[in-house]
Design a protein. Structure first.
Length: 484
């Protein structure tokens, strides 16, 4: 009589590969520090010296935030290249996290504009490398046709937003009670916690995250080093000749991102990939455009919506004024609540779920609707907008985000040619970079006294882009060659 062997039961993380818990945890802490800092740094720049700030012009400060945000995602190119060509995703992520922590320490300890400059540059550099590689590590846990893939990215997104929820709450509380530098110091502690946790658990990740998929010819390294030096020299010359100033910085970043995007698509399409791979890369172009439009509105949470919360929102709760930074924890709350709902919905629908182009179209269009929802409250005066109104608008932001952002990261890994895995993720983040940098340019036109044209034009533009992509969904799907 034969004895049947019980099937092996593998440990899982909420139904996903257990190894997902490692990037989940490190991104939770990294986003705690990132959004905790971002929740107060704009206020730090434009608050007066008597309020503990630097007294920078509000429009200039918003432009700096947009340019910084664009640079974060622009630097995913550097991180992706280092990962794919030099040291692999695992080492790139760990090193990038160290740079991010140093940036938060600079903000906490260095006084004045120098602290902001050094801190934001280091955080942008490190976050760029960390974001591209963390997403690649998540993608490496699944096969291309694994139906759990989108759900896994949505669960990973939950970890991101747990950190994004607690970061602004705690740094905002410290900023309002003890001062800005204490808030920045807490962000540094959060990133240190993420580093320790990742250092302990990184060995459990699959070997694919430690391999270099497309190693660079070592003979070309001097050329690469020379290009880096030339780039740094050009930046120094631009600053000394005043071609690059605080006022021109957002426009310069937009131009650099556009050039980098075109160059990246050309490099990938001309690198000897197969016809099927080329078709999939071409399918990514309309998704890239829709994503850039989406992020140009969504990322205004950290510029225009922050100013709106400071100037136009009634933040009083039973006689106590809620810190402005706390408004940036509202969106993560909705993400925490709804990401599981979306993950379960995509899992339950399986092959019947909307295609990726349709999800992108809906996300972009709904983001436009969110901006149009500001219009009924135009002209209500200082502190005239009820708190619940902005909470409702941010709920619409969240629905749009969940339709596009985790799905965008997932589709980038699915459409990528094998030797451009991390760099295709970097391309998706370039769409975020472009949208975020455009936010810095658009923010110049926001005036709390004349809001209607601003919200109406941007909202309608996003709705139109969403409708156009929805009409083109089937042709784009055909280019994706069997990937939905």
């Amino acid at each position: 009589m034969s004895r049947t062997t019980a099937p092996e039961r593998r440990r899982t993380f909420f139904g996903q590969p257990f190894e997902l818990s490692t990037p989940f945890a490190v991104e939770l802490w990294e986003r705690f520090s990132f959004y905790g800092m971002q929740g107060i740094v704009l206020l730090y720049m434009y608050y007066t010296v008597s309020q503990g700030g630097l007294g920078i012009d509000r429009t200039t400060a918003a432009g700096i935030m947009g340019a910084y945000g664009g640079a974060v995602y622009l630097f995913t190119i550097i991180g992706a290249w280092i990962s794919d060509r030099l040291i692999g995703a695992d080492k790139t992520l760990f090193g990038s996290a160290v740079v991010v922590m140093c940036g938060h320490i600079a903000l906490a300890l260095l006084p004045g504009v120098s602290g902001v400059g050094v801190g934001l540059v280091l955080i942008a550099l490190g976050s760029g490398g960390l974001k591209a590689t963390a997403t690649t590590i998540v993608g490496g846990l699944y096969s291309r046709d694994d139906p759990r893939r989108d759900a896994g990215f949505s669960l990973y997104y939950l970890g991101v937003n747990l950190g994004a929820f607690f970061g602004p709450l705690l740094t905002g509380l410290l900023q309002s009670s003890l001062g800005f530098h204490y808030g920045f110091g807490l962000a540094a502690v959060g990133m240190a916690a993420g580093l320790v946790q990742y250092g302990i658990r990184r060995r459990k990740l699959p070997d694919v995250v430690r391999t270099v998929p497309n190693p660079v010819d070592r003979r070309r390294l001097p050329l690469v080093g020379g290009l880096v030096v030339v780039g740094l020299v050009l930046i120094v010359v631009a600053v000394l000749t005043r071609l690059l100033t605080l006022s021109t910085l957002p426009t310069v970043v937009v131009a650099i991102v556009i050039v980098a995007t075109i160059g990246y698509f050309v490099v990938i399409l001309s690198s000897g990939i197969t016809a099927e791979e080329r078709s999939r890369v071409l399918a990514f172009i309309p998704l890239f455009i829709a994503s850039a439009v989406f992020w140009s509105l969504y990322q205004q949470q950290f510029t225009v919506v922050t100013i709106y919360s400071d100037q136009r929102l009634d933040r009083s709760l039973f006689g106590w004024d809620m810190p402005v930074a706390w408004m940036q924890s509202i969106n993560p709350v909705f993400i925490i609540v709804l990401s599981g709902v979306f993950a379960a919905m995509w899992t339950r629908l399986g092959p019947r779920q909307p295609s990726t182009p349709t999800k992108f179209a809906l996300g972009t269009g709904i983001m436009g609707v969110a901006f149009l929802l500001f219009l009924p409250f135009v002209g209500t005066g200082k502190n005239g907008t009820p708190l619940l109104v902005l909470v409702g608008i941010l709920l619409v932001f969240t629905i749009a985000e969940l339709l596009l952002s985790p799905v965008g990261q997932s589709v980038a890994t699915k459409l990528a040619p094998p030797k451009f895995q991390t760099q295709m993720v970097a391309l998706f983040f370039l769409s975020v970079s472009l949208g975020t940098a455009v936010t810095g340019v658009l923010s110049r036109y926001y005036d709390p006294k004349h809001e209607a044209p601003y919200f109406a034009v941007l909202g309608l533009a996003a709705v139109v882009v969403g409708v156009v992509l929805l009409l083109c969904a089937k042709p784009v799907l055909r280019l994706m060659r069997g990937i939905r």
